[in-house]
Write a protein that binds this ligand. Sequence first.
Ligand SMILES: Nc1nc2c(ncn2[C@@H]2O[C@H](COP(=O)(O)OP(=O)(O)OP(=O)(O)O)[C@@H](O)[C@H]2O)c(=O)[nH]1
Ligand SMILES: [Mg+2]
Length: 366
Amino acid sequence: MRLKTYIVNTMAEALPMIKKDLGEDALILNTKKIKTGGFLGFFKKEKLEITAGVDPIPPKKGLPTETKSPSKWSNPKDSSAELIHELKNMKQFMMKQMKEEDLPESLRLLKKQLIAQEIAPDILTDLLAKLIARDEFNTDQTLERVQRFAREELVAMMDWHQCDEISQQPEIICFIGPTGVGKTTTIAKIAAGYLLTKDKKVGLITADTYRIAAVEQLKTYGSILNIPVKVVESSADLTKAIEDFHDCDIILMDTAGRNYQQTQYIEDLKQLLPTDSKVQIHLVLSLTAKYEDMKKIINNFRSISMDELLLTKKDETSSSGAIVNLICHYDIPIRYIANGQNVPDDIMDCTPELVADFILGEKTNA
Ligand SMILES: Nc1nc2c(ncn2[C@@H]2O[C@H](COP(=O)(O)OP(=O)(O)OP(=O)(O)O)[C@@H](O)[C@H]2O)c(=O)[nH]1
Ligand SMILES: [Mg+2]
């Protein structure tokens, strides 16, 4: 860390100097009052000695970082708020340097719990640093209390990725994803939800003519729910099917499961979808998959605009960290989480509070 000391009359005087010398990421590490000048020990003036430093390691790319206000250093009136902010930054920096054995017991236990949930290391460090930086935090707190703080921080970290309400009429959603993740089953659950609880008119389309019995699978759900199903094999078929369903509130489209680690399949999908991007694309991923594999698929989809993620098979895994990782690492909203084979019941709205419950256990009043 590069350090510099300043002797000034006020904090406000120091801030522009620190900014100029050490840059926007500088931290104020210490301030103390000192006496300088005078004559024979008399007439000394009280001054402030401020030590500031800057971490030479740049923040990692692609990780969530706190947004910095452009006026951060420019308004001396905000200096006390800035000082508190900088103290928090300093605590976070120290947390990142801390060894395992230096952590308080409660944090060590929490860390173990979060690692078992497969929270990504960068998010884990960030979360623990945020906990230490809280004003109420002290080292002899119980695990329950630390979990309560962790819940608040986790919810705040996930909070800004909310889903929009229905924006167009009809809303057309195309579900895509790897083989067997639960696309068709989840479409049936969502269709039933729109029909039975929201009283909407639903149309179903399937482009899965690849797997034997795939069309029958969707048609079976269609006939149980009394929802029409259209089968499409080309972009022209799809345009026609969408036209035919013009009086529907929502059109849900099924596709064949593909190994989307291979970009060729994404190109095939592009051929099928209309170019005017009326169709929203929702990528379905199973929570039983490895996070690294999910990342690879999402990255492959960067070439087409993917609108939402939908996660399935929550009931088949005891670790939910991937949900937090996906929310914090990618700016793609998650509307639903599917948690079982039962149609239409096994699906939940994905909220930050629900995900925090998955990670930390259900809320207690500790
Ligand atoms: N445990 C569990 N099983 C699920 C869930 N969603 C779907 N399944 C099951 O997963 C299996 C595959 O479901 P499908 O809906 O056919 O999956 P798909 O993605 O359409 O499969 P393809 O079209 O072949 O790619 C079925 O046995 C479903 O009952 C879920 O949330 N939890
Ligand atoms: Mg299917």
